[in-house]
Design a protein around this ligand. Structure first.
Ligand code: PLP
Length: 495
């Protein structure tokens, strides 16, 4: 792969070159001032030309920043989306780019037509853009996947030996390796220093092909010192895969400088929710591994001369991309990378300022207990999980939605072992912030929690279809008019 040069500081770790925690936003207008250099949401393409104060963070706008949502009392309010870590809204620039591409939509790799050739070139250029965004080496490959889970499972099929993980991981990073060449799970220690020491000992004790490690915890946002981890792993000839699902949207990453061998990311967390993700990294394992899926697009030649199918597989990335590729998804991630790259330092500062307000505010509310993994994490993306004494997490989340128009996550966040250890196995509430988050969203959440712990919820709640909800809920749950018949609850992260 050839990696395009985009102007980026040479950084050896995800955090170098960013302002200190809690420092004010650099180069970005104060929250609430008019948007600078960001397209009006949707503009002609997305369909609602709006730039209300809810959209005006001074950073690139996200689609839906002015979304009005109904409350249980019959009024409505601008949505405070504090569930960005689960799935981030699309950047307006991403939605615009996808709309611009749609008239050209045609088959990729197989068509001689003009539109097919445009789509093929968009897909192949997307690899270069995404590789550059994470600082990929010249000879790294970028394989398109559905998401991070898919990318980790793909890599699991290519690892030539045992895998080590910490117990803090999202299930995607914890479970992909089962049944491979051996998988060990190490319980993280209460401090980062002790955890690094435990990793060093575990890697010295047994030959390990791969260390799979979180870029930023999806439960607490905490970030481990990446350079030190890579040095520990490489001293024992262990490769490192970085689960950057939560890190890539919120920190500058340079895998070449840090020495990370593989990285996975999800488009839907990177403001590009069009169904694609990526695995980026060293070619050798991927070129010899069995294709992730068998089928068209992954082969050089096929013959059935001997009565069975004889195949000569393509090298990576196409070897692992059988079937028609998701060109819109790939183009969307590349568009997000182009939009984020020039503003990432400002975005980091914006999110740090909001996280400081959130963590201080949460710590000051009696009965609210924030969750942390380590006492000394050197950095943290804007994710905060907490419990509220005497109030089930699901009820807190339902109350925030029904009475305050705030979207948060509740449960165990696909990190059951971690929640068992740091929350005594109980569910928690998670607020996560991003580009579209404003100070008003954070203030609204804190005010709502203060009201909850002093006065309780304003209406009655009950468990309806397995989830907490207002006992009487007049809100229209079908604003798109798709029909109001029974809807099966989708899969969740378990109980
Ligand atoms: C840290 C982390 N890793 C991996 C994943 C899996 O991402 P996806 O569901 O997009 O595959 C998530 C999703 O929440 C995550 O937070």
């Amino acid at each position: 792969m050839s990696v395009a040069t985009v102007s980026r500081p040479a950084v050896g770790s995800p955090v170098i070159g960013s302002p200190a925690v809690g420092s004010p936003a650099v180069g970005s207008p104060a929250v609430g001032s008019p948007a600078v250099g960001s397209p009006a949401v949707g503009s002609t393409v997305v369909g609602s030309a709006v730039a209300t104060s809810a959209c005006a963070t001074g950073l690139p706008a996200v689609v839906g920043c002015d979304l009005q949502v109904p409350l249980v009392d019959g009024t409505s309010v601008t949505y405070a989306n504090l569930d960005v870590a689960a799935s981030a809204p699309a950047l307006a620039a991403v939605a615009d780019h996808v709309a611009e591409l749609l008239p050209f939509y045609a088959s990729v790799h197989r068509g001689a037509g003009y539109a097919s050739q445009v789509c093929t070139s968009v897909l192949e250029r997307a690899r270069t853009t995404i590789g550059a965004f994470v600082g990929a080496r010249e000879d790294d490959v970028v394989v398109f996947t559905r998401n991070s889970t898919d990318a980790l499972n793909l890599l699991a099929g290519a690892v030539p030996g045992a895998v080590l993980t910490l117990d803090v991981e999202h299930h995607a990073t914890l479970l992909a390796w089962r049944g491979a060449h051996g998988h060990r799970v190490l319980t993280a220690e209460p401090t980062v220093d002790a955890t690094l020491e435990a990793l060093r000992e575990a890697l010295a004790a047994q030959p390990t092909a791969l260390l799979a490690i979180t870029g930023a915890s999806n439960v607490t946002g905490e970030i481990l010192p990446l350079d030190e981890i890579v040095a520990i792993a490489h001293s024992g000839r262990t490769r490192v895969v970085l689960d950057a699902a939560q890190l890539a949207p919120h920190r500058r990453i340079d895998i070449a400088a840090s020495g990370v061998d593989y990285l996975v990311l999800s488009g839907h967390k990177l403001y590009a929710p069009y169904g694609a993700g990526a695995l980026i990294g060293r070619r050798d394992w991927l070129d010899v591994a069995a294709p992730y899926l068998a089928g068209g697009g992954a082969v050089r030649t096929v013959s059935t001369d001997g009565g069975t199918a004889e195949v000569s597989w393509s090298p990576a990335p196409h070897r692992h991309e059988a079937g028609t590729p998701n060109v819109l998804g790939a183009a969307a991630i590349a568009a997000a990378c182009r939009a984020l790259d020039p503003v990432l330092d400002d975005a980091v500062a914006h999110e740090r300022a909001l996280l400081a307000a959130l963590t201080e505010g949460l710590a000051a509310i009696p009965g609210v207990t924030p969750l942390t993994i380590w006492a000394d994490a050197p950095d943290r993306v804007a994710v905060a999980s907490f419990t509220v004494d005497g109030v089930p997490a699901g009820l807190v989340a339902a109350y925030l939605s029904a009475e305050h128009g705030i979207g948060v996550r509740d449960g165990k966040f696909c990190a059951h072992p971690l929640l068992a250890r740091i929350a005594g196995g109980s569910d928690a509430v998670r607020a996560s912030l991003g580009l579209g988050t404003t100070a008003e969203h954070v203030e609204r959440l804190l005010a709502a929690l203060r009201t909850l712990v002093t006065d309780g919820p304003g209406v009655e709640y009950a468990i309806v279809d397995g989830r907490w909800a207002p006992a009487s809920d007049p809100r229209d749950h079908d604003p798109l008019g798709l029909g109001d018949g029974p809807v099966a609850q989708g899969a969740s992260c378990g109980e």
